[in-house]
Design a protein around this ligand. Structure first.
Ligand SMILES: Nc1ncnc2c1ncn2[C@@H]1O[C@H](COP(=O)(O)OP(=O)(O)OP(=O)(O)O)[C@@H](O)[C@H]1O
Ligand SMILES: [Mg+2]
Length: 338
């Protein structure tokens, strides 16, 4: 571990500060009937960044990159193995309870709600646990119920909720105590298009009207595109990129795909400037274009010259953007991660 450099003095606007943050797990593996081998996993391997109050930042990277581990350290669930960490001036591992009143967390893969109780009861527990003033609580609950469309769900036991309903319920639970920062670990995982749109709209509103600082982990680049002006990419526990999404696409040389459904099977569309014909499945054609470019002129050009029935734009997935950024195919990188 390197000697920690002093953190910038508070008051410089940074709300979350990581300085050479590390988390090393020691795992024991059976290597034979009487043999066990100790192995170190450097899940977070010296990450430094700051997030200003009110920022909405995407935190992305391939499976096993160290995203959830970072979030767990930011909440105080895990204690760092090295480096320094401050959230709102608080050291999360030391003052987890004090920090809890100022942060909200949603783990898409796990619920913080009481499985057998109706949603409403989990909220009442939060009301008491965080000692939220009654009028604040009522106001926040009413707002969440309205914006997340929870009205019909409040009296349903959590185990009977669908994944998308439960996720919306979890997001509300994380916000009843007015946290200044919200960590979201894959909040749109497994949601349908409508639920995703609702969750994104809600988060955007929260960030703009309340100035809540948001750190968002996701495998869906559309989440980032619609919500975050800044994105950080981590891989193997290290920060690989910190900037805007356009820059990430440029660094990755990524392409998006315009999928067009034509009225009938036609020869490949090869006369639209800025688009490259990739393949056709019957009347459906796939056209690639630079990820940083706008799809609008392509759509207009296709619609003007071809019998267009329907279309969609597919984002490159994060794994392929990262793979292109650092060389090697996705499969090769997968292999190297084993
Ligand atoms: N409690 C633990 N004990 C041992 N190893 C762990 C533990 N938690 C995480 N790891 C390891 O640390 C690395 C980072 O895991 P982490 O869950 O932070 O990844 P992630 O970026 O959230 O990935 P995903 O996209 O799959 O959610 C992985 O190699 C994982 O196996
Ligand atoms: Mg994770």
């Amino acid at each position: 571990m390197t000697t920690p450099t002093p953190l910038p003095a508070s008051g410089d606007g940074s709300f979350i500060t990581l300085d050479g943050l590390e988390k090393v797990f020691t795992v024991r593996r059976r290597t034979g009937p009487f043999r066990r081998e100790k192995k170190e996993v450097r899940a977070v391997d010296g990450i430094s960044f700051t997030v200003a109050r009110g920022e909405m930042v995407g935190y992305i990277g391939p499976n096993g990159a160290g995203k959830s581990t970072t979030i767990k350290m930011l909440t105080g669930i895990l204690t760092p193995s090295g480096g320094r960490l401050r959230v709102a001036g608080i050291d999360p591992a030391r003052e987890r309870t004090r920090l809890a009143r100022r942060i909200g967390v949603v783990f898409g893969q796990r619920t913080t709600l009481w499985w057998d109780l109706p949603l409403r009861d989990s909220y009442r527990l939060a009301h008491r646990m965080y000692r939220i003033p009654d009028d604040r609580y009522r106001e926040n609950l009413a707002r969440c119920v309205d914006l997340l469309d929870l009205g019909d769900l409040l009296d349903v036991p959590v185990r009977q909720l669908s994944l998308g309903q439960r996720m919306r319920g979890d997001i509300a639970a994380a916000l009843l105590h007015d946290p200044e920062v919200l960590y979201l670990d894959e909040p749109t995982i497994g949601l349908d298009v409508v639920s995703k749109a609702r969750v994104r709209g809600f988060l955007r509103e929260l960030n703009t009207t309340r100035g809540t600082t948001v750190l968002l982990t996701t495998h869906d680049l559309t989440d980032i595109e619609q919500l975050c002006s800044r994105v950080m990419v981590i891989d193997h526990g290290r920060l690989m990129y910190d900037g805007d999404l356009t820059g990430l696409h440029e660094a990755g040389g990524g392409e998006r795909t315009l999928v067009v459904d034509l009225a009938r099977e036609l020869p490949p569309i090869d006369d639209v400037p800025g688009a490259r014909f990739v393949r056709a499945d019957g009347p459906r054609q796939h056209l690639a274009f630079p990820a940083a470019a706008s799809a609008a002129p392509l759509v207009a050009a296709v619609a003007a010259a071809y019998p267009l029935v329907d279309l969609s734009v597919r984002e490159p997935d994060i794994e392929s953007v990262i793979a292109k950024m650092y060389g090697g195919t996705h499969e090769e990188r997968r292999e190297s991660l084993r």
